[in-house]
Design a protein around this ligand. Structure first.
Ligand code: IPD
Ligand code: CA
Ligand code: CA
Length: 266
């Protein structure tokens, strides 16, 4: 599988940040028992990972813009290109010693995301995709699952929690979805959830109130793996609403319909 020079730059940046995250993840386990707890350490790990990614990407393409979760946006002199980066997606998992987290890097060109890399250093799984070139898990080509009916499907979701999201609305969505599917999962790192849809591990996924860095890379993976994604009403406003529904052609359509069903009468 041949990667473009740009995709190689993204992969190298993700691997480099992944290496430091991996080391810090080992350290987090020791800190769980300390009085102060590991949260400060984790935010330092997060910031350090973003610096590593930013330095690598901007060294290779100094004129591109950079939007990362942990720092001020850099507006590039090249108006067409922008990196979109989450240096540590799945922070809560990382903090709790759960090996489900990732570095997520996307490249936007003239407003369209054209390449994406999602790397989980804990499992050594590297997902890559670029426009027109297909999607890969390490060196293996991946495709979305082929299941056509929700009753056969395992579907991922995001879950609102203390101080985050619309709990009542989510419970209505969940009530409808769980009544139709074989299983629901909440894995805790949106970039990996989308990568899992691309790899056919999850048949579908929906979540609301996400940020561009949570989704940009994963959405290219899904598109290049033959999948579909939209906002909650089936439209194109994923980034402006922060809401996403994904799956293959059939499951995407079925999920959009299911999450939008009205509140049931009790
Ligand atoms: C979070 C994860 C999580 C999603 C949250 C995101 P973070 O990102 O992707 O799965 O449910 O909405 O904020 O904070 O770990 O980078
Ligand atoms: Ca995130
Ligand atoms: Ca993050």
């Amino acid at each position: 599988m041949a990667r473009s020079a740009l995709l190689n730059v993204m992969v190298q940046a993700a691997l480099k940040a992944g290496k430091t995250l991996s080391r810090d993840f080992g350290e987090v386990q020791n800190l769980q028992v300390s009085v102060k707890g590991p949260s400060d350490f984790v935010s330092q790990a997060d910031i350090k990972a973003e610096r590593t990614v930013r330095d690598e990407l901007l060294k290779a393409r100094p004129t591109y813009g950079f939007l990362g979760e942990e720092s001020e946006e850099i507006i590039g002199t090249d108006g067409a290109h922008r990196w979109i980066v989450d240096p540590l997606d799945g922070t809560t998992n990382f903090l709790h010693g759960i090996p489900q987290f990732a570095v997520s890097i996307a490249l936007e060109r003239n407003g369209e995301v054209v390449a994406g890399v999602v790397f989980n250093p804990a499992t050594d799984e590297l997902y890559t995709a670029e426009r027109g070139g297909g999607a890969f898990l390490n060196d293996r080509r991946i495709r979305v699952a082929a299941r056509k009916v929700l009753s056969d499907c395992v579907v991922g979701c995001g879950l609102p929690h203390l101080g985050r999201g619309n709990h009542g609305k989510f419970l209505v969505e969940l009530r409808h979805v769980m009544g139709e599917v074989a299983g629901v999962r909440r894995m805790g790192a949106a970039s990996l959830d989308l990568a899992y849809v691309a790899a056919g591990r999850l048949d579908g996924f929906w979540e609301t109130a996400l940020s561009p860095w949570d989704m940009a890379a994963g959405l290219v993976l899904i598109r290049e793996a033959g999948g579909y994604s939209s906002d909650m009403s089936g439209g194109n406003e994923i980034f402006s609403t922060g809401n996403v529904v994904a799956g293959n052609e059939y499951i995407h359509r079925a999920l959009v319909e299911t999450v939008n069903r009205p509140i049931p009468k009790l």
